[in-house]
Design a protein around this ligand. Structure first.
Ligand code: M6R
Length: 605
């Protein structure tokens, strides 16, 4: 979380910094700030709230200068106010930071004893003070190196110095930082997306690296202060779909794009004429895999849960799904014949990255399923399967979830076929059904008005539950997550069969309950669980492909999804739960694309 930008140029940089900060705002949006050097002075301006506020301030009082840094914050240490906003500056240095300095309390104490005073409650300010102190007796490179050496934690930094008015410094340990190359100007940014409007030539810092940007060159150094070279990547010129167009917000755009992104992803992987899935050279020969372990956070973890059901169903493999923040600290019994799959939209999620690092240290085979192909996870994994969803800007993950599901489903079928766990006939039937999915998604998307009608039931609710069995259970979990993050209403996703073991006590008169009940092998059982909820006063929104009229009188609302094979109806169940969260949040006047307290890319632990 938090977004960093730094530019050194031969022209004024503040407008470009503001432009990049707007792109980075998905990473954090509780405050924003900028520092430039002009007339031999550091000119720092910052505010609480959005980049728009900062832009207004700069309109009144422009920031001049040909080099500068900017920041959007997702607060970790200290409340989100103007004082805690970045940059944090002294007379000689100004710093923007993403990540957490774990030994900041200790460092604060040390530097207070040396006579320094602190203005903010942030962990970042210790970096400003340390650089200021080391600068007194050291050359620039030593000053940076000594500061980095003393810092513990995971971070990315951007720094400018009053007395070096021709350079910007960037450093990376744990949190991502990209370097962009322009004509007579160079850039650092938290991701290539922020730099894309300025350049398509990018390098990435690795952990422990720092860089010095001048307008005509960039120098890179490693942990030992040795100069190093970096590979330069050319960013793809895929259409820039990161604009809202006619949509009210990114989330509605991204939900509505799902039939198109699904089609695109299927086309990327499926050989049209032979119906062959183009996934080759997996790091372990499918017939030799012992077990699959899926690791991720949040919505991406729900796609792993879904894949667990598919892998169990279609292969003879043992499979586990893990939350990355738990996996990274557990005593895992690593096995070189197990395949470790990491799923992440951003490819930058700190816990998922750390879990992948742990696997790499243990020399096991890894695969990354990501949306951002230039991301840290993509670069570290042995093998990468992109989801081809295009930029996802809304904090709530929607089209990336569907993209992750598509790739995981295709991977399951591929492994299953290669191992001989399903026969050609079964395989072909599943592939042909999958090919029809984009149309069915489109059909479901066209029914969003139905969901609008029921959304009102939820706005006054104290809480709600999402119930499902089998393939529908991970989607129930996802539905609950979407509702809480967007509308701030408490929601639980539960295996319908678990209700009577405790949660049924929560059901009271008028409580809205979403029941995912496709006509699969669990249908009757789910219906019994639904009746238990109705008997206790629950108002049920049933999402189903069942067309019978019989039970309707007890159900408050029935949302009909098209029929398909039961292993992929989870895709169709996802659409109404996304719309539900969206419309409830809209009715509650919540910020759809930037829910409170959250950020898109979670680069802290
Ligand atoms: O970028 P990632 O897929 O690794 O992100 C993981 C989670 O932070 C993310 O899915 C989060 O749960 C979403 N905000 C949910 O909509």
């Amino acid at each position: 979380m938090c977004g960093i930008i730094g530019i050194v140029s031969n022209k004024s940089v503040s407008a470009s910094i503001i432009g990049a900060l707007k792109k980075l705002e998905y990473r954090g949006y509780d405050s924003a700030g900028i520092s430039t050097i002009s007339n031999g002075q550091i000119n720092e301006q910052k505010c609480s709230g959005r980049v728009d506020n900062l832009e207004k301030i700069l309109f009144q009082n422009p920031s001049r200068g040909d080099l500068g840094i900017g920041h959007v914050r997702w607060a970790t240490h200290g409340i989100p106010n103007q004082i805690n906003a970045h940059p944090h500056s002294s007379d000689v240095v100004s710093v923007v930071h993403n990540g957490i300095i774990e030994n900041s309390d200790q460092l604060r104490k040390e530097y207070k004893e040396k006579g320094y005073t602190f203005k903010s409650q942030t962990d970042t300010e210790v970096i400003t003070i340390m650089l200021t102190d080391f600068l007194k007796k050291n050359h620039l490179i030593d000053c940076i190196h000594k500061t980095l050496e003393k810092l513990e934690g995971s971070f990315a930094l951007g720094v400018i110095f009053k007395d070096f008015d021709n350079l910007v410094v960037g450093a990376r340990r744990g949190s991502p930082l990209a370097v962009g190359y322009g004509h007579n100007e160079n850039f650092i940014g938290s991701d290539s997306y922020a730099l894309k409007s300025m350049t398509n030539k990018i390098s990435y810092l690795d952990d422990g690296d720092f860089c010095i940007l001048y307008k005509e060159k960039v120098e890179f150094y490693n942990l030992d202060k040795k100069k190093i070279n970096k590979e330069i990547f050319e960013l793809s010129s895929e259409d820039n779909t990161a604009e809202k167009g006619d949509y009210r917000d990114f989330m509605s755009k991204e939900i509505n794009e799902q039939s198109v992104t699904t089609k695109k992803c299927i086309n990327e992987y499926l050989d049209k004429s032979r119906n062959e899935i183009n996934i080759y050279n997996l790091p372990i020969d499918p017939s030799k895999i012992n077990k699959i372990r899926l690791i991720a956070c949040g919505t991406a973890y729900h796609s792993c849960l879904m894949a667990k059901y598919w892998i169990e169903e279609f292969t003879s493999l043992d499979v586990e799904a893990d939350i990355a923040s738990e996996f990274r600290y557990r005593k895992i019994k690593f096995n070189s014949n197990d395949l470790y799959i990491f799923v992440s939209q951003s490819g930058e999620t700190a816990d998922t990255y750390a879990a992948l690092e742990k696997c790499k240290k243990n020399q096991v085979k890894t695969c990354g399923i990501v949306n951002v192909v230039e991301s840290s996870i993509a670069r570290m994994a042995d093998f990468v399967l992109p989801i081809h969803a295009g930029p996802e800007i809304g904090v709530a993950s929607t089209k990336a979830f569907i993209g992750q599901l598509i790739v995981l489903y295709l991977l399951t079928l591929k492994i299953s076929k290669e191992r001989g766990d399903i026969n050609t006939e079964e395989y072909l039937k599943l592939v042909l059904d999958l090919k029809k999915l984009p149309e069915l998604i489109e059909e479901t998307l066209n029914k969003q008005n139905d969901i609008q009608l029921i959304a009102r039931d939820f706005i006054k609710a104290k809480g709600t539950m999402y119930l499902g069995r089998g393939y529908s259970y991970p989607i129930a979990m996802e539905g609950a997550l979407k509702l809480k993050e967007l509308s701030y209403i408490h929601a639980e996703g539960y295996a319908a069969g678990e209700m009577k073991h405790g949660p049924l006590a929560l059901i009271e008169d008028g409580m809205p309950v979403v029941v995912l009940a496709p006509k699969d092998r669990f249908f009757e059982k789910t219906i019994s669980n639904m009746q238990e909820v109705i008997a206790r006063g629950g108002k049920v929104l049933m999402i189903t492909d069942d067309t019978s009229e019989t039970m309707n009188e007890n159900i408050r609302f029935k949302f009909q999804i098209p029929k398909t094979n039961s292993s992929i109806n989870s895709f169709l169940l996802t659409i109404p739960i996304q719309f539900l969260a969206y419309h409830v949040a809209l009715l509650k006047n919540c910020d759809i694309d930037k829910p409170r307290n959250l950020a898109k890319s979670v680069t802290v632990e």
